[in-house]
Design a protein around this ligand. Structure first.
Ligand code: FE2
Length: 378
């Protein structure tokens, strides 16, 4: 079976420092125009389950949030309730998108102190919230664009999600899709900004660089980009950072930056133990994936070597195969989940590979270019 850094935590990246131990991703919060409908979409299409809710009924007159869960993945969908909320500005500028990437830590105050003393900009100072189930400590630092990392300390809390939320029991509980945890989250940043943010993750958060792809690795006939993958010490947090590169036509990263109005999260990669079953279920639920031409499969095994899976279902579903030094991986990308061509999801199953191959980039980018062509943004 697949082995991952997530299920067998070990210190595999010695460069990463110990001042910011992170247990995993706590939650990802999206600011959206209509959280009620977005929650229905993520339940119906992706198989998320209802977990918690806050809004008028819980005494929050500013905003409503729905918390959804699948495996260890928690999504929070938040929408403003009145015109004065700053959340409106975020939505006006970016459309629906990721605002907060929350990281689960044992000590939020220390995480805040260690990162701000190394140059992180403050999003908000540490504060404590509590209810009858205990207390949660939160603190926030800014990363690329308007995106924030929230440190979440919940060791003294045994409630459903956190104070301010109530359990959300729903009569509508669609079957899950086998999604287990967040494998990585990718940030798109502007021209010449990749190294700025690579250095931020190195210096401020103690991450190590796992792998680097330049525009020769990642280019098609038309567009190009560069990417560096940053990881924390136990490998549970992986943040690739992309920037556009010059090509004959507009880079897909530039298209993202145009529509998002700046840097932001490009995709959330979610892991499964059985990608064929997961993708079949998602497709049946109406999730749209990027098209992979049949010719991709003609020579893929020459490139990646032997794999355990039958090629038939992979070819039928358009699942991509790639490898690194340690093993291989199977992956597939959805179309954008909103009308602006910005955020999308990746489904990934690791078969030994801890990192990323470069072979699929080309297939992915050619698939995105076909979509760009249709949008008139190539
Ligand atoms: Fe990815």
């Amino acid at each position: 079976m697949s082995t991952t850094a997530h299920t067998e935590p070990k210190k595999i990246f010695s460069e990463a420092e110990d001042f910011l131990p992170i247990n995993g991703t706590d939650y990802v919060e999206l600011y959206v125009g209509n959280a009620k409908q977005a929650a229905h979409f993520y339940k119906t299409a992706f198989g998320f389950q209802s977990l918690a809710y806050s809004g008028l009924e819980t005494g929050d007159k500013e905003k409503t949030s729905y918390v959804l869960q699948q495996g260890k993945i928690r999504l929070v969908l938040t929408t403003p309730l009145n015109q004065d909320s700053p959340i409106n500005d975020h939505i006006r500028l970016h459309g629906d998108g990721v605002k907060n990437v929350a990281l689960w830590v044992d000590d939020a105050r220390k995480s805040f102190a260690e990162t701000t003393s190394r140059g992180a900009e403050v999003a908000f100072e540490p504060y404590v919230i509590n209810d009858k189930h205990g207390e949660v400590v939160l603190a926030g630092i800014k990363t690329y664009g308007e995106t924030v990392h929230i440190f979440v300390e919940r060791k003294n809390y045994n409630g459903t999600f956190m104070p301010g939320f109530r359990e959300w029991k729903s009569d509508y509980n669609p079957m899950d899709a086998g999604l287990k945890y967040i494998d990585h989250m990718v940030g798109n940043v502007g021209w010449n900004e990749m190294n700025t943010w690579v250095n931020f993750y190195k210096k401020v958060m103690g991450f190590a660089q796992l792998v680097s792809f330049d525009d020769k690795d990642i280019s098609t006939d038309y567009t190009a980009l560069m990417s560096k993958v940053m990881t924390n010490g136990n490998g549970r947090i992986k943040f690739p950072i992309n920037e556009p590169a010059e090509g004959k036509k507009k880079s897909q990263i530039e298209e993202y930056l145009d529509f998002y109005n700046g840097a932001g999260v490009q995709h959330i990669a979610v892991a499964t133990d059985d990608i064929v079953t997961t993708v079949r279920r998602l497709k049946a639920n109406g999730v749209e994936f990027l098209y992979v031409p049949d010719s991709y499969y003609d020579d893929v095994l020459d490139r990646v070597g032997e794999i355990e899976e039958d090629m038939g279902p992979l070819r039928e579903l358009g699942i991509l195969i790639d490898r690194d030094d340690e093993g291989y991986l199977l992956q597939l990308f959805t179309k954008p989940v909103s009308d602006r061509p910005t955020l999308f999801f990746e489904i990934i199953q690791r078969r030994g590979a801890q990192s990323f191959g470069k072979g699929n980039f080309k297939a992915l980018f050619e698939a995105i270019e076909r979509e760009q062509e249709n949008r008139g943004t190539l």
